[in-house]
Each structure stands twice: as structure tokens, then as C-alpha cells.
Design a protein around this ligand. Sequence first.
Ligand code: ATP
Ligand code: MG
Length: 609
Amino acid sequence: MINTAPLPREDVRNVQRDARAFGKSRIAFRDLQFCIPGRTAAAPARVILTPTSGVVECGEMVAIMGPSGCGKTTLLDMVAAKKTTAYDGEVFFNGLPRDDLFARLTSYVPQQDLLPAHITVYEAVKFVHELRVEANMSPDEREAAVMDVLRLLGLDSIRDELIGDASVRGISGGQKRRVTLARGLAGGSQIVFADEPTSGLSSTDAETVVRAMAVASARTGVAFVTVIHQPRAEVMDLYHSLILLTSSPGRVVYNGAYEAAAAYFAAAGSPVPSRGNPADFFLDVITPGAHGERSNFFAQRYVELQRDGVEKRVEASLALPKLTPLDVLRETAVIQGLVASDVHATRIAASFTKQLKVLMERTLTITKRNRVGLRLRFGVSIAQGVVVGLAFFDIASKPVVSQISFFFMLLQMGTIANMSVMPELIGTRLLLKNEEADALYSTGASIVVQSSVNNTLAVTGNFITCLLMFAFSQLSWSKFGTLYAWSLLNFLSVTNYLRCIAAIAPNAALSVQTAMPGLLFFILFNNFFVNKATAPVFIKWAIYISPMAWAIEQIVCGIYGFNADLVAFYGYDASTSRTVTALGVLLGEMIFFQCLEVILLKRSNSIVR
Ligand SMILES: Nc1ncnc2c1ncn2[C@@H]1O[C@H](COP(=O)(O)OP(=O)(O)OP(=O)(O)O)[C@@H](O)[C@H]1O
Ligand SMILES: [Mg+2]
């Protein structure tokens, strides 16, 4: 049975700020606005959000609310520096424009929880702590620090439960949300941005999540800026401030203390009904098209009554002493009992080797725990080896040309087995992109770790297939070394090619189609069925590109090089210099595709906001 961690129903207003509270940051934003430029005269520019200003104080709970499409996510993304499309306006972090360290000092909780299924709650949070909190902490100290965060969010009693997904039994949706929030806090974020952290949860779970945020903000001084839908009155009471927007176009209708909102609406002739939920009522009043709505009236009223006050608060916030991100990082380190000079002003906190270590640990844990995946992978390798091996049983006693067909098939098996690498990579791509955007590690580090683990598994599986096929063939084992070495080089070149496709393919289903033309090219111009002696001149160049063509030539020359007629028949070259060239081409292609993967992964399938 999965534990549900009950949170103490403590009165959030009475929660004391902890002596080790590290949150000390504020945000001010001025005239943030977003417009989609018109492409044609018939499709003019569309204003999504008119200029919006505001402040977020240290330890504040801010709710952004409004009807669908009014620009809530847009506003959150602009403040959080996650909007990838151009927008206007300024955002200041502790009085200074945001810089590279902003991503390290804040966290963004997206609408869906992106967590690997096979790690535990504790491991998920410790991962972020290890990467973001640079310090020579002992393992015990680190564990204590992570446990503090888990306790804060009521997750300590489920620390060893797996996160889980549709196929792995794990924790509940509300608990996952809290794990995602815990990851934000564990990394020492000063501000946590969350887009609809309660959507899709039961109202009890939603309350638990918001209560957890409220307690965390009160204790740590971390501010939470959240877009929220249909909160219960008790949930809304946990917020200090409310930014209420209306739609068509997105405009502010209220920006101030939540406590004062009911009086503000009442003074304008729209009192909250005695037993009504204030949040629902406000939304009804400001949603265009709703019965009795007064959105235009309240948008105008904001301009007349509130806007100047908000702008003054922005100016006042900017007039306070400024705090550089490095100051904040160093002060946090000192509060946490660490050494300030251990903190470096790099976008990613951890060194490259630390990134490799932490990522490697997680990847190995996930791989080991994914038993079904491992069994399937090696089961298929064995089955392939046996079935294809039987088809070529005792090929040793058959003519040389049949033996070459066998070598060709052996290379082919590697290519086919490789196809499974793409869905795997695409499955983890979103998590990877998000963790990179949160400045946890670099693309380079994740590729080194992923490719070494995936390639080790893939190569092992392929080795088993090759070994079994070879055993059935009854060829002399003295030939195996040459055959396997070239098959391995071909295998790795093709894997890296497929990794590139996995980086650009929009999804797993389309990856196979996208990879096909290249794969067919490699397989067709294999230097055996289509070889240099028979290929038309205009297509001969293709044979010089296909890794399979080089591998098959080298295998045949390595094993039957003494047979000059055979070598000439296929247009091969059995010289040593040719072997060196083949080695250069195959290694070159491997490295080329590996580098291309880094570039493609960085450039394509980026999250557009
Ligand atoms: N980068 C963009 N390019 C084009 N349109 C965009 C972009 N970003 C936002 N929009 C449009 O702006 C409008 C507001 O989007 P936004 O996601 O901010 O709304 P929202 O208030 O969060 O709505 P919901 O409650 O449904 O989540 C939508 O019509 C959306 O399609
Ligand atoms: Mg939204």
C-alpha cells in the first residue's frame, strides 16, 4: 500500500520563519506585454497581454488567476524567463536585470511532472541538491539537508517509494506535485514559479499542495508565484497576493493583497455573495461572455484606481538595496553552514565531472531497476542470435559467397537492433531539456552519460547476437575477431546516426520514418549486392559513405584477402593502407554523428513558449 503523507493542518499564518531561512529575494516587473505579430493584412497583430507590472516580495505567495487564454501562463513565463518568443518589458531580480544565474536561483514547475519513474522520492530530490548545492558536504549532512526539504513538504514518510508511471506502481499525483516542488526548494531556489500546480488533482490534494507551498514559503522565505484554477476558499486564503487578469485582450483587473480583493469588488458594486467562493465569484465577474460580467469596467477601474499604486511599488522595490545573484548564492551557502568561497558564478552550479558523476548514478539506477526493459533487450538479442544463426547453420561448409551473405546479415542485425535506441532517447528528451533549462547540467554531460550507458547495453546485446550467430555458422573462431571488430565499428556509427535522428524527430512514432532514408542508404550501398565493380559511376560515391560498405569490404579482405580473384570480383582493395582508411572513415563517422547529436539536441525540439 502506498503511504499518503498527512501534512500537519498547522495554521500557516502562525508558522515562524526558520533560523536557516535562505529566501531573501524579490522580483519587480515593469510593463510586461506580449503581442503576436501579424503575418498578413488579413491576420493582424494580436495583443495577448497589455502592459502589466508588479512585485513579488521575499516569502510571498502570489496567485495569478483569470479566464482561459487571458495570458496567465504568458505572464508567468515572462517573469520566470521561460518565454522563448520575443516580448516587451523588464524584469528585475533583487533590483538588477536578470542574468545567467537567474535560472540557478529560481525553479519552474511545469504543468506536468517530469520525473523518471524508476527513482525514489528521496533520490529525485537529492539529485537536484547534489547538482545545485556546491559544497564539500558529507553524505550524512547531505541526507539531512534533503530530509529537511522532504519533511517540509510532508514527503518524509514516502521517501523510499518509487515515483512510478503508467507501468510502474508509484506515488499519487498530488505527491508527485510536491516532489517537483521539493526539487525546486532543495536546489536553493529563491523563487518558485508553478503553472497550475493543482490542476488535475482532487480538491483535497490541491489543498495539501498549496498548504505545503505556503508552509515552505513562511519557513524559508522562498516566494511562490503560481497560476491557479478554481481554488477552494481555504486554498485561496493561503495566498498573500492576487493578480487577476481578464481576456480579449489580456488585461489586469486587480493586482494587490488577496485579503483586500473582496472589499475592492464590493466597493465597485460587486460584493461576494455571503456563502460564495470569492475566487469563483471574481472569475464570473471578469470573464467576458459570462452572465452579468463586468470585465471592461474592472479593467478600466484598475487603470484608474490601482495602476499608479502598483507602479509606485515597483519603483519602491527598485530603490531598495540591490543584491547580486552571486551575493544571494554566497549568503545562502553561509546560512546552510557551507563555505561561501565554494560558490562559483557559473550558470550550472556543479563542475562537469560532478555532473557526469551524478547523472551516471541516476542513469545506472534507472537502468538497473528497469528489469522489464533489460530482460526484453537481452531476450531479443538471444532470440535474434538463435533464429538467424539457425538460418545460416553450418554456413562454413557452403560457398564463399554464401558466407559473405552471412557476414552481411550479421552487420544488418546490428543495424536493426539499433532502432530501439530512438524511442528510448525520445522518451527521456523532454526531461533532459527541462533539467537543462533549469541549469542542472549541460547537454554535453547528458550525452556523454546517455551514450555510454545506452551504447554499453546496445553493444552487449549485439555481441550476444553476433556470438550466437557465429557459433551456429561453425566458421573457424580465428575469423571471429576480424568479423566482430568491423561489425562493432559499423554498429557504433549507425547508433550515432540514429541518435541524431532521435534528437530531431518530433516523436518516437515519426523517428523510424525519419531514420529510414539514411538507413536504407547505408544498407543498399553495402559494397556487396551493390559493389564498386558493379555500381554505376554516378552512384559509386555512395559506397564511400556507407559505414556498412567499409565494414563488409574489410571483413571480406581480412578473411579472404588471400583470394585475389574474389577481391577483384567485388572491386575491393586488400592493402593495409585501405584498412587504415576504413578505420578512419568509420571512426570519423562515429565522431561526426556524435558531435552532430550535441548540436541537434541543443537546437531542435526546443520548448517553444
Ligand atoms: N509563443 C506564442 N505564440 C503564439 N501564441 C501564443 C504564444 N504564447 C501564447 N500564445 C497565445 O496567447 C494566448 C494566451 O496564452 P496563455 O497560455 O498565456 O493563456 P492562459 O491564460 O495560461 O490560458 P489557460 O488558462 O488556458 O492555460 C493563447 O491564445 C495562446 O495561444
Ligand atoms: Mg496557462
